[in-house]
Every structure is written in C-alpha cells, then in structure tokens.
Design a protein around this ligand. Structure first.
Ligand SMILES: Nc1nc2c(ncn2[C@@H]2O[C@H](COP(=O)(O)OP(=O)(O)OP(=O)(O)O)[C@@H](O)[C@H]2O)c(=O)[nH]1
Ligand SMILES: [Mg+2]
Length: 242
C-alpha cells in the first residue's frame, strides 16, 4: 500500500494564475526545509485562466471541482488529501508559507486536533492586506458567537481564515458532515470540529495583500453578504440546534 505523505497542503484556486506559481514555490521551500514527505493539491474551480496549467507546471496535483464555490473547492481538496496532517491555505499569496511551522507545532505535538490561523492580530496584518475594520470586527463578532455557543471549549477571534491544519483522524470525523458550498464553509468546519468534541485552537498568522482579483470579499456589499451568510450558518448550526 502506498505510504501516506506526512503533510498535504490543499489550495482552493479560482483564476489565480498570477499568484499560484509563487505560492507553490513558497510552500515547497518550507516543506523541503522541514524534511518531511508531502503533497500539494490545488483544487481548480472552473478557472478560465491558466491556474491549472501553472499549478501542474509547479508540480502540484490538480483536482478539478466543477461545483462552483469556495466551500465546494475546500471540501473536494480535503477529500483528495492523503496526508497525516492536512493543511488548507489560499492560492492568492495572502498567507505566508513559513507560518506552516507555527500551525504544525500544535498538531504535531498532539496538543490539539485542529489549529486555525487568525488574521485579527494587528501586529501581523500588513497595512495593505484586506482586513479593514469591517472584516476585522465582523470576524471577531462571529467568532465570539461560536465561542459563546461552545462555552469553555475554545477561544476564537476569526471565522474566515482558510489557513488551518487538521489531523487526519479528526478530519475523518467531520468530513461527511461538511456541505456548505460557499464562504460559510469556513465557520462550518470549525463548528463541526467542536460538535464532535475535537480540540480546536487559534494562533496568530501573518496576513498580506493578495495577488490578483478578490473573489469573496471584493467590496463592502459582498463582505456584508458573506457575513450574513456566516451569521445564519452559525445560528442554525450551533450546538443548541443539534
Ligand atoms: N470565491 C471563490 N473562491 C474560490 C472559488 N474556488 C476557489 N476559490 C479560492 O478560495 C480562496 C479564497 O478566495 P479569495 O478570493 O481569496 O477570498 P478572501 O480570502 O475572502 O478575500 P481576499 O483574499 O481578500 O481577496 C482563493 O484561493 C480562491 O482562489 C470559488 O468558486 N469562489
Ligand atoms: Mg484570499
């Protein structure tokens, strides 16, 4: 039987031809320095540009997800991933690959089952990153709503940070419950981990300006819409409705 890689990096990507090569190179450098076996899975979500081509050229496995949406792309990637530790990140260069080491420090040591990045530590958010007051406080508010629902189980300050690492055994416990196709997938994954009794922590990660066009939170109107979708998800899926 084929041996599992130690780490799978999963990158949902929709028209990210300008950034994806750089992102893959950065991750590969960090993974090589860690001296572990790895795979990088790019989930191409009907891109009309050269995202898939560039990803393949840079040595990534490319999965094509037809159902359009950030959540569908992430779920597909989590299903494709074979690693003992599965890491989700973005294809837009907004996260810093070196931060992988921070995430791994907690999942490798068996401290927790899932480590989430948080983008609300101002000291680590670059000035031109897209984390204005609305996104910052909107995320803090929604994160606290989850924290209140699962009182005593977690301390959260962000619900939309794609950069996260989960252990394979933990992923197997939640993968069949994940079904949100849009951006609310991000809090859905957190909620399911908590519902299943898994240990979840958050750690500050760096956040920088994305390369290329924004797909989810392009303007205030879109950001508010995403926030409301997440609010609905959190209220209807929170533990008291289970
Ligand atoms: N919105 C969206 N993103 C997708 C889709 N499929 C894959 N993605 C990827 O999911 C990641 C998150 O989307 P982003 O556009 O970066 O959204 P965001 O991180 O909220 O906002 P910015 O980074 O500030 O633009 C990126 O890597 C996208 O390429 C899709 O169908 N819709
Ligand atoms: Mg992004």
């Amino acid at each position: 039987m084929e041996e599992r890689p130690f780490i799978s990096i999963v990158l949902p990507a929709y028209n990210e031809e300008d950034a994806i090569g750089m992102v893959l190179e950065e991750f590969r450098d960090v993974l090589k320095s860690l001296n572990v076996s790895y795979e990088i899975v790019v989930v191409d979500n009907n891109s009309t540009d050269k995202t898939a081509e560039v990803a393949e050229r840079y040595g990534a496995k490319v999965a094509k997800e037809i159902k359009q949406g950030y959540g569908y792309a992430c779920i597909r990637g989590l299903r494709e991933a074979k690693g003992k530790i599965v890491v989700l990140s973005e294809a837009d260069n907004s996260f810093v690959a070196k931060d992988l080491k921070k995430l791994l420090a907690y999942v490798e040591e068996d401290d927790v089952d899932m480590v989430l990045g948080t983008r609300t530590t101002l000291e680590l958010v670059e000035k031109d990153a897209k984390m204005g007051w609305l996104l910052h406080w909107g995320n803090v508010f929604l994160a606290k709503l989850i924290q209140v629902q699962f009182w005593g189980r977690c301390r959260l300050t962000d619900v939309g940070c794609t950069f996260r690492a989960i252990k394979r055994e933990a992923l197997q416990k939640i993968i069949h419950n994940l079904r949100v196709g849009g951006p609310a997938f991000s809090p859905e994954m957190i909620i399911w981990c908590l519902k299943k009794g898994l240990r979840v922590i958050e750690i500050p990660v760096r956040y920088r300006r994305r390369i290329g066009e924004s797909k989810i939170t392009a303007d205030i109107r879109k950001s508010i819409k995403v926030g409301l979708m997440m609010l609905k998800l959190i209220i209807t899926q929170g533990f008291w409705r289970d």
